[in-house]
Design a binder for this molecule. Structure first.
Ligand SMILES: [Ca+2]
Ligand SMILES: [Ca+2]
Length: 144
C-alpha cells in the first residue's frame, strides 16, 4: 500500500518536473507573442461567421473571426474559401477555434498554404484546442 502510494507520488513529481521544463506555450496555449487586437477577415463577402480563432488554447483571449457570404458546402472536396495569410498580429498566434455554418477548418503551418497541414478538422461550435503541435503555428487556412 505504502509502496503503491510512493510510486504514484513519484509519477506526479516526474510529471510536474516535465511540465516545468516545457515552454509555457506548449502546456497552456499562452502566446509568447500574443495578438495585439481582435480582428476579422471576409466581412466584405458577407456577414455569416464561419470560423472563430482564439488567442488562447481554452477559447479565450482575443479573436479572429472569419466571415463569408453563406454556409460552407457539405463536402470538403474543395475549399469554400482560402485565406493565404492572416492579419499580421495573428501569424503563429491562434491556439483554438470554433467553426460554424457547416464549415470545417484546414490549418497550414506557413503562409500561402505551405508546410504541414492539419485537417480538414471539425472543431464544432463548442470549439477545441489545436493541441501542443499546432499551438501558435497557423499561418494560413482554408474552410470547407
Ligand atoms: Ca496563442
Ligand atoms: Ca506558421
Amino acid at each position: 500500500m505504502i509502496a503503491t502510494r510512493k510510486m504514484i507520488m513519484g509519477g506526479l513529481a516526474a510529471a510536474l518536473a516535465l511540465g516545468a521544463v516545457l515552454p509555457a506555450a506548449a502546456s497552456t496555449g499562452d502566446d509568447p507573442n500574443p495578438p495585439t487586437q481582435s480582428d476579422t477577415q471576409g466581412l466584405r463577402f458577407g456577414d455569416v461567421e464561419r470560423a472563430r480563432f482564439y488567442e488562447n488554447g481554452d477559447l479565450s483571449g482575443k479573436t479572429l473571426r472569419s466571415y463569408g457570404s453563406g454556409k460552407c458546402t457539405g463536402s470538403t472536396d474543395r475549399p469554400d474559401v482560402s485565406w493565404s495569410s492572416l492579419p499580421s498580429a495573428w501569424n503563429d498566434s491562434a491556439s483554438s477555434a470554433r467553426d460554424f455554418a457547416s464549415c470545417d477548418i484546414k490549418l497550414y503551418w506557413d503562409t500561402d498554404f505551405g508546410g504541414a497541414t492539419y485537417g480538414y478538422h471539425n472543431f464544432g461550435e463548442s470549439g477545441a484546442y489545436f493541441g501542443a503541435t499546432w499551438n501558435d503555428e497557423m499561418s494560413s487556412y482554408r474552410l470547407s
